[in-house]
Design a protein around this ligand. Structure first.
Ligand code: SF4
Length: 267
């Protein structure tokens, strides 16, 4: 597994559970607003998988769950092997995905390696903006794959949530309505605010200074609520690992580690 970071403790990333969050390296999307740009390249600074597993083994009586986020975790060929080891320690596992690999999610569900999924709905799937992710080499739009993942989750009844970062120009009232119709059902949908502080493509995002505000998100929520349970997360909490020294006490957001130097502190 190519891992690029570890949040040691989180009470926000797995519903009602204390979790750790492992960030994988590499992503097949290029969202200009991506808040973890240093995870996009698989050549970023790695964290040793063995050290993450050792950390989890040591904390298994204190932490309930591991959230595997990214980057895009389903790009990792050895994801099932990694998750098997985590599962053997008794952890619940949640997968955060952009939905581009529905077959992987299906296999993971079938093999009982994951307990929960969070799927990002980034834009109108009927009018996919290639600025988020271009078509694949075989000409398939990412929207096709995301829709397959969405339908897989809806049909399976698997514990899931949908998430959307409300960033202009990708999320508009029209996009919300279109997505709500596609996602219609019981799976909860969380709308969160765009945060301009650290983004993958600042030049692109500067072209859209008029970003959805709290009132816009509440209006989006109202639109979507006719179709599925929809919630707004107004207080955006950073998920990016931040510098941490052993002397610091955990405060929300909890201490995080990046890179193998930082991981050495955990041992
Ligand atoms: S926001 Fe998620 S899907 Fe988009 S580039 Fe970043 S890691 Fe990839």
């Amino acid at each position: 597994m190519l891992l690029g970071g570890l949040n040691k403790l989180s009470t926000l990333d797995y519903p009602s559970k204390v979790s750790a969050v492992a960030f994988t390296l590499g992503c097949d999307f290029r969202c200009p607003y991506c808040h973890n740009p240093d995870l996009l390249s698989a050549g970023g600074p790695p964290v040793a998988e063995s050290e993450v597993l050792a950390y989890l083994d040591k904390r298994k009586n204190l932490i309930d769950a591991l959230v595997v986020s990214g980057g895009e975790p389903t790009l990792q060929p050895d994801l099932p092997a990694f998750l098997s080891q985590v599962k053997a320690m008794g952890y619940l596992i949640k997968l955060d995905t952009n939905g581009s690999n529905p077959h992987i999610g299906k296999n993971l569900n079938a093999s009982s390696l994951i307990d929960s999924v969070a799927l990002d709905l980034k834009a109108d799937l009927t009018d996919w903006p290639e600025a988020l992710a271009p078509k694949t080499a075989d000409g398939t739009s990412p929207a096709t794959k995301i829709l397959q993942t969405l339908n897989l989750l809806k049909d399976s009844g698997f514990p899931s949530e949908f998430r959307t970062t409300c960033a202009s120009p990708f999320v508009t009232a029209q996009a919300i309505l279109s997505l709500a119709k596609l996602a219609q059902g019981d799976i909860p949908w969380y709308l969160q605010q765009y945060r301009p502080d650290t983004v993958a493509n600042p030049a692109y995002m500067r072209r859209f200074p008029d970003q959805p505000d709290e009132n816009d998100l509440l209006a989006f929520q109202k639109l979507a609520s006719d179709y599925l349970p929809c919630h707004v997360r107004l207080a955006s909490v950073p998920r990016t690992p931040v510098p941490f020294t052993a002397a610091q006490l955990p405060t929300a957001p909890f201490p995080s580690l990046r890179g193998s130097d930082a991981l050495a502190q955990v041992a």
